[in-house]
Design a protein around this ligand. Sequence first.
Ligand code: UT7
Length: 331
Amino acid sequence: MISDVGILGLGKAVPNRILTNADLEAMVDTSDEWITTRTGIKQRYIADPEIAASDLGYEAALQALAAAGVKADELDLIIAATTTPDMPFPATACIIQDRLKAKGAAAFDLAAACSGFIYGLEVGRTMVKAGYQRVLVIGVDVISRLIDYSDRSTCVLFGDGAGAAVLGPVETGYGIIASEIGADGSGAGLLHVPAGGSRMPAQLETIENKSHYVKMSGSEVFKFAVRVICDSSNRVLEKAGTACSEVSWFVPHQANVRIIKAAADRLNIDRERIYVNVDRYGNTSAASIPIALTELDEAGQLKSGDLVLLVGFGAGLTWGSALVRWGGMIL
Ligand code: UT7
């Protein structure tokens, strides 16, 4: 029987250029030791000036379609979760739709910052249920464009990248078996880019004041992240009637290894079941969870029946979780 919604194929893309902690030591007053012990990050990928979100999103989408065995013209919908679109409009999803030649697909962008991919999964899941049979969800951010590379408190954290998943019907009992998304807009000021929108349009003054860059209250976001990872995971596990001990892979948003470890300790998840790649990518915002999932899949680490718990959090403030039972593909 076909009635649940799952991930049929995954893909990822990162730019070629690597920015190491040693490179950052030459740019701001920081050290490899500080970055490593406070964040776990050793390097991140940074897009060259000619690369935009649609370029990385397109590469990840091609891979995900090939892995799913789905042709672009079979897609019904493309969702690009991004806070760094190519331009204010048209949607980056439309630019990708054109490059893929996915003529039958509707396309729109979704802005939920680092929770974007989980928001996209949730919207995509409900759209498949509503009759859109093949939905491509892309998480992509060229977040380096919003970073002040003279601000050591933010520039060491982020990297660019894209990840994508093709969603479609799977056998009953497989796929996304429980999920939630949430927001608390009262925390909007804790992580934001003040200028560049309709409140404070880009102008000479906003450039001079550096208001078009990411501003973050790091320790507040840290505390929010640990709390919300635990609370959201527990709610989704409860919805599924499953215990944390049943989870094969815990794949949280990759922002800081200390956030991941603190949450995993509270949830009582052993280290071997936690996927961590923040050391190699930094925080790639909406791309971090699908990049991690794609790596797990490429390494042959996702077995049919495995329970995979995905948890995102970020600006908004937003969060979201999805518990996925791997497999159940309909051949
Ligand atoms: O996707 C979601 C978005 N973001 C996050 O999830 C980030 C959440 N927050 C964090 O990951 C951490 O709060 C940070 C990594 C950003 C900061 O770590 P922390 O342990 O909370 O450090 P802190 O902000 O309390 O700063 C400690 C000190 C400060 O110096 P003083 O005031 O104690 O003299 C900072 O100025 O570390 C200093 N500092 C640095 N030192 C060297 C901040 N950044 C750096 C740096 N290198 N890059």
